[in-house]
Design a protein around this ligand. Structure first.
Ligand SMILES: Nc1ncnc2c1ncn2[C@@H]1O[C@H](COP(=O)(O)OP(=O)(O)OP(=O)(O)O)[C@@H](O)[C@H]1O
Ligand SMILES: [Mg+2]
Length: 235
C-alpha cells in the first residue's frame, strides 16, 4: 500500500532521514520504533506532505505522492494522528470531528455513517460532543485525535506516538482501539517509543536510529535482538 524508497528529508542544511526504505502492506499494522530524535515524526511528516524538503520515492497504491499537496494526499486516503494530538482546544468535540471530514464535506451520508462508527467505538466522545476539545482529559483528547483522523475515511492512518503522556491503563485502551481500527480494514503505520506495546499489536517493525533504518522484521525477531532488548524494552 505504501512504499518509501531511498527517502531523504532535510531541515535546511540538516539531513534528518538518510535513504530510508519502508513498506506497509494492506491490512498491516507496521511500527516505527526509535528513541527521541530518531526521525519518526520526520518520516510521518514526509509521507503526509507536511515536510516538503525531501527526495526519493513515496508511493501509495502504486502512485508517487511525493510533492503532492497535503489535501490531495488526504483525499487519496491517508490521514494522520499527529504527535501531541493537536486537537483544536476552543472547538467542540463535534467541530473537531467535522474538520476531519472536510475533504468529503458534501458527502453527508458518508459522514453520518463514519460518525456512527465513531460513537460506537468511543462512546465518551458522544457524551461529550458539545464539550470544548481543550477541556477533555489527555486520554479523551487522544481518542478525539484518532476519531478525527477516521472522519476522512482513510485507507491508511499514520499515528505518531499515540501513547505519549498517557497513564498505562489509557495506553492499553488506546492500543485496543488501534487494533479495532485495523480489524475494520484500515492499514496503520504507527510511530512509537513504547516498543513493548507497539510490538504487541504490530505485524512488522522498523527500528530507526539517527534517521536510518537499522533493523526491520517481525516484532518477535526484533524483540530477540540484545540491543533492542537493552535500549527499547527495558532490558
Ligand atoms: N523543525 C526542525 N528543524 C530542525 N531540525 C529538526 C526539526 N524537527 C526535527 N528536527 C531534527 O530532526 C531529527 C529527527 O526528529 P524527529 O522529530 O523526526 O524525531 P522523533 O523520532 O519523532 O523524536 P521524538 O520521539 O522525540 O518525537 C532530530 O535530530 C531533530 O532535532
Ligand atoms: Mg516524534
Amino acid at each position: 500500500m505504501l512504499k518509501l524508497e531511498n527517502t531523504c528529508a532535510y531541515y535546511g542544511q540538516i539531513q534528518a532521514l538518510h535513504d530510508i526504505s519502508i513498506e506497509v502492506k494492506k491490512g498491516e499494522i507496521v511500527c516505527l520504533i526509535g528513541a527521541n530524535g530518531a526521525g519518526k515524526t520526520t518520516t510521518i511528516n514526509t509521507i503526509t506532505g507536511f515536510l516538503r524538503s525531501c527526495s526519493g520515492t513515496i508511493s501509495y497504491l502504486d502512485q508517487n505522492i511525493r510533492g503532492m499537496s497535503m489535501s490531495a494526499i488526504v483525499k487519496k486516503g491517508i490521514s494522520c494522528v499527529p504527535e501531541g494530538r493537536r486537537i483544536f482546544p476552543k472547538m467542540t468535540v463535534m467541530e473537531n470531528l467535522e474538520l476531519g471530514a472536510y475533504v468529503h464535506k458534501k458527502d453527508y451520508s458518508g459522514t453520518k455513517n463514519i460518525l456512527e462508527k465513531i460513537w460506537e467505538m468511543f462512546p465518551v466522545l458522544y457524551e461529550r460532543k458539545k464539550q470544548l476539545g481543550g477541556t477533555l482529559s489527555g486520554g479523551e483528547q487522544q481518542m478525539l485525535a484518532i476519531a478525527r483522523a477516521m472522519m476522512s475515511r482513510p485507507k491508511l492512518i499514520l499515528m505518531d506516538e499515540p501513547s505519549m503522556g498517557l497513564a498505562p491503563i489509557i495506553v492499553e485502551q488506546t492500543f485496543k482501539s488501534i487494533l479495532k481500527i485495523k480489524e475494520e480494514g484500515t492499514t496503520i503505520l504507527l510511530a512509537e517509543q513504547n516498543a513493548q506495546m507497539a510490538f504487541e499489536i504490530s505485524d512488522r517493525a522498523y527500528l530507526l536510529q539517527t534517521g536510518n533504518v537499522v533493523m526491520s522484521g517481525p516484532p518477535s525477531e526484533l524483540a530477540c535482538d540484545p540491543q533492542v532488548q537493552q535500549t527499547y524494552l527495558g532490558g
